[in-house]
Write a new protein. Sequence first.
Length: 238
Amino acid sequence: MKAIILAAGAGRRLGVTGPKSMIDISGQSIIHRQLDAFRAVGVDDFVIVTGYEQDRLKAHLADQLGRFIYLENPRYGETNTVYSLYLARAHINDTFYYANADVLFDYRLTERLEQAPCDSALAVQAKPCGEEEVKVVVREQRIARIGKKLDPAECLGEFVGVARFGRELSTAFVEALRITVEDEGNVNDYFERAVDRLCDAWTLTPVNINDLPCIEIDFPEDLHKARHLIAPLLATRS
């Protein structure tokens, strides 16, 4: 099993140095915690899209178990996640897990995705949303739309940036990335722009994780919450 982790970003907005994925949360980096959560569901192949201080990140992961492939996004400062995932498109050829490397969660989230009734499942916090969140519209228990620019009143909640995508939509997913990046020249959007193109033809299941600790760390207040409120709730595998 494979996981693709987008880890090109820096932590400047958070007032920390180095790659954002290396931020320490109670003695363990975000990305180390993610690797542990993915191993819990049988992942042993990791595709890491790097960017800012990539050599430092590679050194940080040098002692980790599993097979690692590193892909550099040399344009990390001027592009967004849709471009980073586009660079990894050759590895979208089977079922895979996905994560943004600034999301803090534990193995219970990946296990819940694994147990979902559909091969393609997205972790969602059901809650009122504003303009900032990547939101999902759900109809008949499947995701009908996903993106930042949706009407919050029509949305179930926020996609937290962790998902599993099934083998059956691999070809369509790669084509959606190609259309977004190559045809539209849209390299500065979120990868959810490509996912949104899949919603009509493919079943994407929302998986509620409201009872699990999870937070995307974008701002200093998120980091404070992650360290003081979320970290104590994280479970470790025995």
